[in-house]
Design a protein around this ligand. Structure first.
Ligand SMILES: [Zn+2]
Length: 1035
């Protein structure tokens, strides 16, 4: 049967078209019930014995409406929910409403164990319905769901074994219409309650029960129409909210104000008005009188966290009268910190509406102090959830498992944030395991950084060569390739490297020049554009390196075997071949696909030893020496051009073989040979970038590093000026020279420290599509080159895969390629994805280091030398070079733990009056960008205590690992740094040694010895020494 369905559609250009679609109604759409003999199906999805729920007499299939999928997808995904009929009406609506949820529904449909069957009710002769006059599309669809349910009920009523259908909807009106029609209808809550499964019950998203407030805390969000109008007229400003990682009550949007790009600060709970980090928001500027004249950078510390919990408790008891105080605290908080003044007030704003939410699933934990029922109780209670991501506000959830979830890492998602609720309201999704456990915490950090870490699917693996590990280079592979098997190719990598994507060779030419080759694994021979494996790699974007494991971008067979350029096996490569003269200048360059057979896979150390060992005179060794000489010349040229030598405090852990627990930690050491490889990789990347840009001027995948804005150097400049050092950042060359000259003879670490801090003033390097920028913006600031890309690591970076494809197209006019290489828009989009994945991968790696640092410091208390690298308004950040770790030291008085033994021999007397906890001891002075003591000063006198950038301090490092929650660390397991020197009354602590751990004790005491000589020497230099502190306590 053929029907015509006509509707009008608006085109992109605004034209209205009448579209007539032919709509076939069919008789051959089967029910897919296993026991059905009537339908013509051969394979069935719905089981003959579906699950049972005590609400219903018979086992049954579930027919959910659209909102069940939209609001309760977490529940639907649980293994307990099976045998579901997904109506076409519902699936189409879900697709229209949310692509991510649609994808999750599709995943369930393709999961055989779920028994989710898509019933094409819109094409079924007996279940298709026309929209009635005066019927809304929603009502029509609800009716379609009821009609389809009814059809099923009739169709399967005589099956043996007996089954029935249940319509699941949270819409009471729809349910009663259904029951009036003789259908079985149920809400998700009733259904789940009857299953007696507390975990599932916790997952039901039901905002009403949690929203216990009646009084408004927040102002109403404006309607979308109102917002878009306001944005058009310039009354509101649109942007993505970024919350400060030090203070979740402070955020900012980067946007245009009167046509000029700038940042609007949003301070305090009221002004943030329920916006969450990453949301696209509309902001209205506050009157100029309310703009901030203080610098940002307040740290919300534990005291405030406590205050939050207090308010929750009160909120739970009596909802109404307390709210005033809660909002008041924000106001007073802002007021008390407003002390120092900036020259120009910073624009401040208030969120008037949310354009798009960026809510996701959050890992975190339940705050012990919000659990007020006796242990063992399973009554549903409202508790507070802390996300690991400190930018996320606490989330209120309702749970029956509060007690068993304490001490666990759990996942929670936000359902809503009513204007009457101080906190957003969410629901429990699942538990990840014990907090502090290495594997649990690793999963947390992968989830939190959006790293896809699932196993590669069968479908992905089906695109691997059928020969598997037995794949070898065949004669036909030589088509279009050069045979480089005889060249003295070798690879140099970190020890234990199994994914070798680059190798090198050099041969002296008769004319006195050198032929140098960089050979890169020919990954695109195996990864063809557009197939599932390619799509998976594109979505992963990069391999992620954690301390103890690697999350691969490509299946292991490729990454660590077929594409790994191991020694003594033939491998396919993409080669970049230069002729370089004695001065390492490029005479010629060409690119070719090739077959190589590496002669040696060396570590940096092995390569270095070969260079140094004069007895070794073989081809490979001599080649490495030549390459080393050329690399030094290349490097000098780059430095002359203004390339920067930056630094990061990278560390390496030694892990115990079995447990993979960290047993030692040291700074990564760089060998000359690291630089050797690096130089040729840079050269290859630059040469390839030129080539693909020439071929694809509008769509080449390139990488740039924008010039940092002058403002980002301000604080650093000021700080080093104090030491008589100037930083000229007008070009990377001048900056590079300033860094080279910035040496303090008495402080050998200073130069490295300065480079670390300079690195942090830099912008992020990013991928971009050449058509999206003007050529002047292509520049890579750090490398001082006018064009750059990534070609050398296609095993672990998807950008390089694209670049390989573009380079291949550029050198071989015979190969065909699709618009994936030429389409500017899709290339741009891909760059955005890769930039995101890259950032996340870096952060995940950092978090992994942090996790291992915590494991390393567990049960240890160590005293170390550190440097102040950042001054915040009420705290400062200390970097401890030995471990590459950073920690916050608060400038307010803290409640000292009683365990701190008082050192009787200390030069400092214990003050008789201890400052009250939370009271600011050091106050920020924006003029000197320092924290200083508050005693009244005479003209020209400097404060007794001053904490400034670069200052050397002594800190005591320990782990605040109150994994049960409720302690200062709030179960975030953070590194705790306490100030030892200089002595600041109310902030500093007396050093202690951990007597339970003889090893730590030994380390600590030997450090003591070393430090003493240091601190003696320092006494004359440091502005705040124990001597001064001593003087103060006497005064
Ligand atoms: Zn049937």
């Amino acid at each position: 049967m053929l029907r015509q369905k006509a509707f009008v559609k608006k085109t992109k250009s605004g034209k209205v078209l009448k579209v007539v679609k032919e709509h076939y109604l069919r008789d051959d759409i089967w029910c897919s019930a296993e026991a059905c003999k009537e339908c013509g199906h051969t394979e069935t999805v719905l089981s003959a014995t579906p699950s049972i729920n005590k609400l219903f007499p018979l086992p049954h299939y579930i027919i959910p409406d659209t909102n069940i999928f939209m609001n309760q997808i977490d529940v639907m995904e649980k293994p307990q929910i099976t045998n579901v009929i997904v109506l076409q009406t519902v699936l189409e609506e879900v697709k229209h409403l949310s692509l991510p949820i649609y994808k999750r529904v599709r995943d369930m449909i393709s999961n055989k164990e779920k028994h989710f069957y898509v019933f094409s009710n819109e094409h079924h002769r007996e279940t298709f319905i026309e929209k009635l006059k005066d019927e809304s599309p929603n009502d029509r669809n609800d009716r379609a769901i009821r009609v389809a349910t009814k059809w099923y009920a009739n169709h399967i009523k005589d099956l043996k074994p007996q089954v029935s259908v249940v319509m699941m909807t949270d819409d009471a009106a729809n349910r009663s219409k259904g029951t009036a029609d003789g259908l079985q209808a149920v809400s998700v809550k009733w259904y789940i309650e009857a299953l007696d499964n507390t975990e599932l019950l916790d997952m039901i998203s039901d905002s009403r029960e949690l929203d216990d407030g009646q009084q408004l805390i927040y102002s109403e969000h404006l309607t979308p129409a109102h917002l878009s109008n306001g944005i058009k007229t310039g009354k509101f400003h649109q942007g993505k909210l970024g919350i400060s990682s030090h203070n979740y009550l402070e955020g900012s949007v980067f946007t245009k104000i009167d046509g000029i790009e700038g940042t609007i600060l949003i301070v305090g709970r009221e002004n943030l008005n329920r916006a969450v980090d990453g949301d696209i928001i509309a902001v209205e500027l506050l009157p100029k009188s309310e703009w901030r004249t203080t610098p940002t950078g307040v740290v919300v510390d534990e005291e405030e966290e406590k205050e939050e919990e207090e308010s929750l408790k009160a909120e739970q008891k009596a909802a109404s009268e307390h709210k005033e105080d809660v909002t008041m605290t924000d106001a007073t908080k802002t007021a008390t910190t407003t002390s120092a003044l900036l020259d120009t007030p910073q624009p401040c704003g208030k969120v008037v509406g949310i354009i798009r939410r960026n809510w996701r699933q959050y890992c975190g934990f339940i705050d012990r102090k919000s659990v007020h029922t006796p242990a063992g109780s399973s009554a549903p209670i409202n508790v507070l959830f802390y996300a690991m991501d400190s930018k996320i506000p606490k989330i209120k959830i309702r749970t029956r498992q509060a007690h068993s979830l304490l001490g666990q890492r759990i996942i929670v998602s936000i359902d809503s944030w009513p204007k009457t609720s101080k906190f957003p309201i969410g629901h429990f999704i699942r538990s990840l395991g014990e907090a502090g456990d290495k594997s649990t915490e690793t999963e947390v950090l992968l989830l939190e950084h959006d790293v896809p870490f699932h196993e590669f699917s069968k479908q992905v693996l089906s695109f691997l060569p059928v020969e598997g590990e037995n794949w070898v280079v065949q004669p036909e592979h030589f088509n279009g390739r050069e045979d480089f098997r005889d060249l003295p190719v070798c690879s140099i990598d970190p020890p234990g490297c199994t994914d070798i994507d680059d190798a090198l060779h050099v041969v002296a030419l008769p004319n006195g020049n050198y032929q140098v080759g960089v050979h890169i694994a020919d990954v695109t021979h195996f990864v063809k554009p557009g197939n599932v494996m390619d799509a998976e790699a594109a979505s992963r974007g990069t391999t992620v390196y954690l301390v103890d494991k690697r999350i691969d971008m490509l299946p292991g067979l490729l990454g660590t075997n077929l594409c790994s350029l191991r020694s003594n096996v033939e491998r396919l490569a993409f080669s970049c071949i230069w002729e370089l003269n004695q001065d390492a200048e490029i005479v010629k360059v060409r690119f070719t696909k090739s077959v190589i057979a590496s002669k040696a896979s060396l570590t940096y150390e092995e390569a270095q030893n070969r260079i140094d060992d004069e007895r070794m005179q073989d081809d490979i060794t001599q080649g490495i020496r030549t390459l080393n000489t050329l690399a030094k010349k290349l490097k000098q040229k780059r430095l002359d051009m203004g390339a920067l030598t930056l630094a990061s405090p990278e560390v390496r852990f030694s892990l115990e073989r079995d447990t993979q627990d960290p047993v030692d930690v040291e700074m990564k050491e760089l060998k000359e040979t690291n630089a050797l490889v690096e130089e040729f990789m840079l050269l290859a990347n630059i040469s390839v970038a030129r080539k693909i840009f020439e071929k694809f001027p509008d769509s080449a995948m390139l990488r740039c590093h924008p010039t940092p804005p002058a403002s980002s150097f301000e604080k650093l400049e000021k700080a080093v000026a104090r030491m008589g050092i100037t930083i000229d950042h007008s070009t990377s060359k001048t900056l590079s020279e300033s860094l080279d000259n910035a040496v303090l003879p008495e402080e050998p670490y200073f130069n490295k420290l300065l480079r670390i801090m300079t690195t942090r003033c830099m912008m992020q390097a990013v991928y971009f599509c050449s058509g999206a920028k003007i050529e002047q913006e292509f520049r890579h600031y750090g490398l001082a080159t006018d064009i750059y890309t990534h070609f050398t690591s296609p095993i672990r970076r998807y950008s390089d895969v694209m670049v390989h494809r573009q380079l291949h197209a550029a050198i071989d006019s015979d190969i065909s390629y699709g618009n994936e290489l030429t389409d500017k828009e899709s290339m741009n989009e891909l760059c955005n994805v890769l930039n995101h994945r890259n950032r996340m991968a870096q952060q995940a790696a950092r978090s992994s280091v942090e996790l291992f640092t915590h494991l390393f410091f567990k049960n240890k208390v160590q005293e170390e030398e550190g440097y102040v690298i950042r001054i915040l308004k009420n705290a400062f950040i200390v970097l401890v070079p030995k471990y590459g770790i950073e920690g916050i030291v608060y400038a307010s008085a803290k409640a000292h733990k009683t365990t701190a033994a008082v050192d009787a021999t200390a030069t400092t007397a214990v003050a008789t009056t201890t400052p009250a906890a939370g009271q600011p001891i050091l106050v920020y002075n924006p003029e000197t960008d320092s924290l200083q003591s508050t005693e009244p000063l005479a003209e020209g006198e400097s404060p007794k205590i001053q904490i400034q950038l670069f200052q050397k301090v002594m800190v005591q490092i320990s782990i605040d690992d109150d994994l049960k929650g409720g302690g200062e660390g709030g179960m975030r397991q953070k590194l705790k740094m306490d100030l030892l020197k200089p002595w600041v009354e109310g902030i500093s602590v007396h050093g202690i040694c951990n007597k339970d751990d003889p090893e730590a004790h030994a380390v600590t005491s030997s450090l003591h010895a070393a430090d003493k000589s240091n601190s003696l020497k320092r006494e004359t230099e440091a502005p705040a020494t124990p001597k001064r502190a001593d003087k103060r306590s006497k005064a």
